[in-house]
Design a protein around this ligand. Structure first.
Ligand SMILES: [Zn+2]
Length: 300
Protein backbone atom coordinates (compact mmCIF):
# COMPACT_ATOMS: atom_id res chain seq x y z
CA UNK A 1 0.00 0.00 0.00
CA UNK A 2 1.39 3.44 -0.99
CA UNK A 3 0.15 6.93 0.04
CA UNK A 4 -0.88 7.84 -3.54
CA UNK A 5 -2.85 4.60 -3.95
CA UNK A 6 -6.63 5.13 -4.21
CA UNK A 7 -8.77 3.84 -1.34
CA UNK A 8 -11.15 2.36 -3.95
CA UNK A 9 -8.40 -0.17 -4.77
CA UNK A 10 -8.99 -1.65 -1.31
CA UNK A 11 -12.55 -2.67 -2.29
CA UNK A 12 -11.76 -6.45 -2.35
CA UNK A 13 -10.87 -6.10 1.35
CA UNK A 14 -13.86 -3.88 2.17
CA UNK A 15 -15.33 -5.78 5.17
CA UNK A 16 -11.88 -6.08 6.77
CA UNK A 17 -10.88 -2.46 6.33
CA UNK A 18 -14.33 -1.35 7.50
CA UNK A 19 -13.93 -3.47 10.64
CA UNK A 20 -10.45 -1.98 11.20
CA UNK A 21 -11.80 1.61 10.83
CA UNK A 22 -14.64 0.84 13.29
CA UNK A 23 -12.31 -0.80 15.87
CA UNK A 24 -9.71 1.97 15.56
CA UNK A 25 -12.45 4.58 16.06
CA UNK A 26 -13.69 2.77 19.21
CA UNK A 27 -10.13 2.58 20.62
CA UNK A 28 -9.57 6.30 19.88
CA UNK A 29 -13.00 7.03 21.43
CA UNK A 30 -11.80 5.32 24.63
CA UNK A 31 -8.66 7.52 24.65
CA UNK A 32 -10.79 10.63 23.98
CA UNK A 33 -12.84 9.85 27.12
CA UNK A 34 -9.58 10.32 29.05
CA UNK A 35 -8.68 13.49 27.07
CA UNK A 36 -12.11 15.07 27.67
CA UNK A 37 -11.90 14.37 31.42
CA UNK A 38 -8.25 15.25 32.08
CA UNK A 39 -7.22 18.06 29.67
CA UNK A 40 -9.65 20.73 31.01
CA UNK A 41 -8.48 19.88 34.55
CA UNK A 42 -4.83 20.31 33.58
CA UNK A 43 -4.06 16.64 34.38
CA UNK A 44 -1.50 14.46 32.61
CA UNK A 45 -2.82 12.01 30.01
CA UNK A 46 -0.30 9.36 31.10
CA UNK A 47 -0.14 9.53 34.90
CA UNK A 48 -1.80 8.18 36.91
CA UNK A 49 -2.98 5.19 34.83
CA UNK A 50 -6.76 4.79 34.32
CA UNK A 51 -8.57 4.09 37.59
CA UNK A 52 -12.05 4.14 39.11
CA UNK A 53 -12.74 7.70 40.38
CA UNK A 54 -14.78 6.22 43.26
CA UNK A 55 -12.49 3.55 44.81
CA UNK A 56 -9.18 4.11 42.97
CA UNK A 57 -9.21 0.54 41.54
CA UNK A 58 -6.60 0.38 38.73
CA UNK A 59 -8.30 -0.54 35.43
CA UNK A 60 -6.85 -3.88 34.21
CA UNK A 61 -6.20 -4.39 30.46
CA UNK A 62 -9.28 -6.63 29.97
CA UNK A 63 -11.42 -3.98 31.69
CA UNK A 64 -10.24 -1.38 29.19
CA UNK A 65 -11.55 -2.90 25.93
CA UNK A 66 -13.83 -0.29 24.32
CA UNK A 67 -17.57 -1.09 24.62
CA UNK A 68 -16.93 -4.84 25.30
CA UNK A 69 -15.53 -4.35 28.83
CA UNK A 70 -18.50 -2.22 29.88
CA UNK A 71 -20.84 -5.00 28.71
CA UNK A 72 -18.76 -7.74 30.43
CA UNK A 73 -18.68 -5.71 33.67
CA UNK A 74 -22.44 -5.03 33.29
CA UNK A 75 -21.75 -1.34 33.66
CA UNK A 76 -20.19 -1.58 37.15
CA UNK A 77 -16.67 -1.17 38.59
CA UNK A 78 -15.17 -4.57 39.49
CA UNK A 79 -13.68 -3.06 42.68
CA UNK A 80 -16.53 -1.12 44.34
CA UNK A 81 -19.47 -2.16 42.08
CA UNK A 82 -20.49 1.47 41.58
CA UNK A 83 -22.16 2.10 38.19
CA UNK A 84 -19.95 3.25 35.29
CA UNK A 85 -21.80 5.81 33.16
CA UNK A 86 -23.19 4.49 29.86
CA UNK A 87 -21.83 7.71 28.36
CA UNK A 88 -18.37 6.06 28.07
CA UNK A 89 -19.28 3.03 25.88
CA UNK A 90 -21.73 5.16 23.88
CA UNK A 91 -18.97 7.73 23.21
CA UNK A 92 -16.61 4.92 22.12
CA UNK A 93 -19.22 3.39 19.81
CA UNK A 94 -20.22 6.78 18.35
CA UNK A 95 -16.55 7.61 17.66
CA UNK A 96 -16.12 4.21 15.96
CA UNK A 97 -19.18 4.82 13.75
CA UNK A 98 -18.00 8.33 12.79
CA UNK A 99 -14.57 6.92 11.81
CA UNK A 100 -16.26 4.21 9.76
CA UNK A 101 -18.54 6.74 8.00
CA UNK A 102 -15.64 9.07 7.13
CA UNK A 103 -13.56 6.12 5.88
CA UNK A 104 -16.50 4.91 3.76
CA UNK A 105 -17.01 8.39 2.27
CA UNK A 106 -13.31 8.70 1.38
CA UNK A 107 -13.36 5.20 -0.15
CA UNK A 108 -16.52 5.92 -2.18
CA UNK A 109 -14.90 9.08 -3.62
CA UNK A 110 -11.71 7.16 -4.47
CA UNK A 111 -9.50 9.49 -2.39
CA UNK A 112 -5.84 8.53 -1.90
CA UNK A 113 -4.81 6.46 1.14
CA UNK A 114 -2.76 9.54 2.20
CA UNK A 115 -5.89 11.41 3.37
CA UNK A 116 -6.72 8.84 6.09
CA UNK A 117 -4.07 9.76 8.76
CA UNK A 118 -5.09 13.45 8.57
CA UNK A 119 -8.83 12.72 8.51
CA UNK A 120 -8.57 10.35 11.50
CA UNK A 121 -6.33 12.67 13.56
CA UNK A 122 -8.60 15.64 12.81
CA UNK A 123 -11.72 13.67 13.82
CA UNK A 124 -10.12 12.82 17.18
CA UNK A 125 -9.27 16.46 17.91
CA UNK A 126 -12.75 17.67 16.84
CA UNK A 127 -14.62 15.09 18.93
CA UNK A 128 -12.59 16.03 22.04
CA UNK A 129 -12.73 19.82 21.41
CA UNK A 130 -16.53 19.74 20.81
CA UNK A 131 -17.16 17.84 24.07
CA UNK A 132 -14.78 20.02 26.13
CA UNK A 133 -16.32 23.23 24.74
CA UNK A 134 -19.86 21.97 25.47
CA UNK A 135 -19.01 21.09 29.08
CA UNK A 136 -16.44 23.74 30.03
CA UNK A 137 -16.81 26.53 27.42
CA UNK A 138 -13.14 26.03 26.66
CA UNK A 139 -11.15 25.07 23.54
CA UNK A 140 -7.78 23.87 24.89
CA UNK A 141 -4.66 25.22 23.15
CA UNK A 142 -2.87 21.93 23.73
CA UNK A 143 -5.34 20.19 21.37
CA UNK A 144 -5.61 22.86 18.64
CA UNK A 145 -1.89 23.78 18.56
CA UNK A 146 -0.91 20.08 18.44
CA UNK A 147 -3.45 19.66 15.64
CA UNK A 148 -1.91 22.54 13.65
CA UNK A 149 1.61 21.07 14.01
CA UNK A 150 0.43 17.58 12.95
CA UNK A 151 -1.47 19.06 9.96
CA UNK A 152 1.61 20.93 8.69
CA UNK A 153 3.79 17.85 9.19
CA UNK A 154 1.35 15.59 7.31
CA UNK A 155 1.09 18.14 4.47
CA UNK A 156 4.87 17.83 4.01
CA UNK A 157 5.12 14.06 4.58
CA UNK A 158 2.00 13.10 2.59
CA UNK A 159 1.47 15.72 -0.16
CA UNK A 160 -1.28 13.58 -1.73
CA UNK A 161 -3.42 14.24 1.33
CA UNK A 162 -3.95 17.84 0.13
CA UNK A 163 -4.51 17.09 -3.54
CA UNK A 164 -7.77 15.19 -2.99
CA UNK A 165 -10.71 16.29 -5.20
CA UNK A 166 -8.20 18.35 -7.24
CA UNK A 167 -6.24 21.27 -5.78
CA UNK A 168 -8.12 23.84 -3.70
CA UNK A 169 -9.38 26.80 -5.78
CA UNK A 170 -7.68 29.40 -3.56
CA UNK A 171 -4.40 27.46 -3.43
CA UNK A 172 -4.40 26.93 -7.22
CA UNK A 173 -4.90 30.68 -7.75
CA UNK A 174 -2.09 31.48 -5.28
CA UNK A 175 0.26 29.02 -7.01
CA UNK A 176 -0.41 30.58 -10.41
CA UNK A 177 0.13 34.03 -8.94
CA UNK A 178 3.41 32.97 -7.29
CA UNK A 179 4.81 31.26 -10.37
CA UNK A 180 3.32 33.62 -12.97
CA UNK A 181 2.37 30.50 -14.89
CA UNK A 182 -0.64 29.64 -17.06
CA UNK A 183 -3.70 27.85 -15.71
CA UNK A 184 -2.51 24.49 -17.02
CA UNK A 185 0.89 24.46 -15.27
CA UNK A 186 1.34 21.69 -12.70
CA UNK A 187 2.98 22.78 -9.41
CA UNK A 188 5.18 20.43 -7.39
CA UNK A 189 2.93 18.32 -5.09
CA UNK A 190 5.01 19.23 -2.04
CA UNK A 191 4.72 22.99 -2.74
CA UNK A 192 0.98 22.72 -3.45
CA UNK A 193 0.37 20.68 -0.32
CA UNK A 194 2.47 22.86 2.01
CA UNK A 195 0.93 26.05 0.61
CA UNK A 196 -2.61 24.61 0.90
CA UNK A 197 -2.01 23.87 4.58
CA UNK A 198 -0.43 27.29 5.30
CA UNK A 199 -3.16 29.17 3.40
CA UNK A 200 -5.80 27.21 5.34
CA UNK A 201 -4.11 28.20 8.61
CA UNK A 202 -3.97 31.86 7.50
CA UNK A 203 -7.61 31.76 6.29
CA UNK A 204 -8.74 30.62 9.76
CA UNK A 205 -6.85 33.49 11.39
CA UNK A 206 -8.05 36.12 8.89
CA UNK A 207 -11.68 35.00 8.97
CA UNK A 208 -12.19 34.86 12.75
CA UNK A 209 -9.19 36.74 14.22
CA UNK A 210 -10.64 40.27 13.60
CA UNK A 211 -13.92 39.26 15.30
CA UNK A 212 -12.06 37.92 18.36
CA UNK A 213 -9.89 41.08 18.51
CA UNK A 214 -12.95 43.36 18.22
CA UNK A 215 -14.60 41.39 21.04
CA UNK A 216 -11.55 41.78 23.28
CA UNK A 217 -11.39 45.56 22.59
CA UNK A 218 -15.14 45.90 23.24
CA UNK A 219 -14.87 44.00 26.54
CA UNK A 220 -12.08 46.37 27.69
CA UNK A 221 -13.95 49.53 26.54
CA UNK A 222 -17.19 48.47 28.21
CA UNK A 223 -15.32 47.15 31.28
CA UNK A 224 -17.11 43.82 30.81
CA UNK A 225 -14.45 41.07 31.19
CA UNK A 226 -17.25 38.48 30.94
CA UNK A 227 -18.18 39.68 27.42
CA UNK A 228 -16.97 37.28 24.71
CA UNK A 229 -17.90 37.83 21.07
CA UNK A 230 -15.60 35.12 19.69
CA UNK A 231 -13.08 33.19 21.77
CA UNK A 232 -9.50 32.80 20.56
CA UNK A 233 -9.94 29.04 21.11
CA UNK A 234 -12.52 29.05 18.29
CA UNK A 235 -10.09 31.00 16.06
CA UNK A 236 -7.38 28.40 16.69
CA UNK A 237 -9.89 25.60 16.03
CA UNK A 238 -10.70 27.09 12.58
CA UNK A 239 -6.96 27.59 11.91
CA UNK A 240 -6.39 23.90 12.70
CA UNK A 241 -9.24 22.91 10.35
CA UNK A 242 -7.72 25.09 7.61
CA UNK A 243 -4.28 23.52 8.13
CA UNK A 244 -5.77 20.03 7.68
CA UNK A 245 -8.28 20.72 4.90
CA UNK A 246 -7.11 23.88 3.10
CA UNK A 247 -8.61 27.39 2.66
CA UNK A 248 -11.67 26.36 0.56
CA UNK A 249 -12.81 24.00 3.32
CA UNK A 250 -12.11 26.70 5.92
CA UNK A 251 -14.54 29.09 4.19
CA UNK A 252 -17.23 26.45 3.76
CA UNK A 253 -16.89 25.23 7.37
CA UNK A 254 -17.14 28.76 8.80
CA UNK A 255 -20.28 29.56 6.73
CA UNK A 256 -21.96 26.25 7.60
CA UNK A 257 -21.00 26.46 11.31
CA UNK A 258 -22.27 30.07 11.54
CA UNK A 259 -25.65 29.09 10.04
CA UNK A 260 -25.92 26.07 12.38
CA UNK A 261 -24.89 28.13 15.44
CA UNK A 262 -27.30 30.96 14.54
CA UNK A 263 -30.21 28.53 14.04
CA UNK A 264 -29.41 26.75 17.32
CA UNK A 265 -29.08 30.06 19.24
CA UNK A 266 -32.40 31.30 17.84
CA UNK A 267 -34.16 28.03 18.69
CA UNK A 268 -32.76 27.96 22.21
CA UNK A 269 -33.72 31.58 22.78
CA UNK A 270 -37.29 30.85 21.65
CA UNK A 271 -37.63 27.60 23.64
CA UNK A 272 -36.17 29.11 26.84
CA UNK A 273 -38.23 32.33 26.30
CA UNK A 274 -35.15 34.50 26.66
CA UNK A 275 -33.71 32.81 29.79
CA UNK A 276 -30.66 31.80 27.74
CA UNK A 277 -28.78 34.54 25.92
CA UNK A 278 -27.38 34.38 22.39
CA UNK A 279 -24.07 32.97 23.54
CA UNK A 280 -23.42 29.41 22.27
CA UNK A 281 -20.21 27.33 22.26
CA UNK A 282 -18.96 27.55 18.66
CA UNK A 283 -16.48 24.64 18.45
CA UNK A 284 -19.23 21.95 18.33
CA UNK A 285 -20.72 23.68 15.25
CA UNK A 286 -17.30 24.00 13.61
CA UNK A 287 -16.85 20.26 14.28
CA UNK A 288 -20.25 19.35 12.79
CA UNK A 289 -19.58 21.46 9.68
CA UNK A 290 -16.11 19.88 9.32
CA UNK A 291 -17.66 16.39 9.61
CA UNK A 292 -20.10 17.32 6.80
CA UNK A 293 -17.11 18.42 4.67
CA UNK A 294 -15.27 15.15 5.37
CA UNK A 295 -18.37 13.14 4.44
CA UNK A 296 -19.48 15.11 1.37
CA UNK A 297 -16.23 16.64 0.10
CA UNK A 298 -15.99 19.71 -2.06
CA UNK A 299 -19.47 21.18 -2.47
CA UNK A 300 -18.84 23.54 -5.37
ZN1 LIG B 1 -14.56 1.49 41.83
Amino acid sequence: MTPDMSLSELSPLTPWVQACALCLGCIIGSFLNVVVWRVPRGESLLHPPSHCPNCGHAIRPWENIPVVSWLLLRGRCSGCHQPISIRYPLGELATGLVYLAVFQAAMARGLPVAVIPGHFFLLGTLISVAQIDLRHRLVPDVVTLTGMAVALLLALLLPDSHLRDGASLITSAALRLLAGQGAGALPSPLLASGLDSLLGLAAGLLLLGPLATAGTVLAVRLRRPDLTVMGWGDVKCLMMLGAFLGPDACLYILCAASCLGFAFGLLRLAVSRGRHGWSVPFAPFLSLAALAWLLAGKCW
